[in-house]
Write a protein that binds this ligand. Sequence first.
Ligand code: PEP
Length: 263
Amino acid sequence: MNTTRRKLVIANWKMHLNTSQASLLLHRLHERIKIHRDIEVVLAPSMLVLQPLSMQIDRRKFRLAAQNAFYKDEGAFTGEVSFTMLRDLVHYVIIGHSERRIHFHESYEEIAQKVAAAVRNGITPVLCVGETQEERHNGETKQVLHDQITTALSHLTAAEVEQVVIAYEPVWAISTFGGELAKPDDIQRQFEFIRHQIAELYTKKASKAVRVLYGGSVDDQLAGGYLQIPGCDGVLVGSASLNYHKFSGIIDAAYRVQNSAKE
Ligand code: PEP
């Protein structure tokens, strides 16, 4: 497996932290975290906090992500923020998170439009995919991953797919949806399936280039184990990213794993 892909650690702060709380957490992370060229640390605060955080952030240590955006570039869409508006502010946008699929009923086509809009605006999409507990019990995991990936990437060329990040997040493993711990062997199987899908649909080059992350109750104790799964390019972290001890422990783990892979 290609070990030259930098490890990517993304903090999804969800609908937590107002501007001053986010600024304080960033300040504490900044003090604790060193500049690591071999890993990439990305913070995804709420939409409201992106702009003030962008003024405070040390770009040698952190990048920013949005948690969502709307796929039209401009227009009469009350309450929405477009990818175009975010393009100078963020490197990444999380798309298709299970909370958006479940609570906001985002459809496959809407997610595909968002992925295309992100790419069109020079923002890297972090596409979240993963099966629910029910789908898992019905033996539908591979079908769900196949459907989610095929539709979400359907507007992209192979060269564009190379830039995409895919986060495998089984819904049952996300802390707020149950938080059952996924087994490394199972995660590795799904990673292989995801890359296989990309190779089948696009090119082998794209399947090697695409970064695949794991997400689901990752904390500082578990991160090292997940990051060592073959083919794992990083982690998407929810609740543990709100705790600076835990989140900086996850970054330390990513750094250790990345360095040991280089030796
Ligand atoms: C998530 O919501 O993307 C996530 C992985 O959450 P948690 O780490 O809290 O399970």
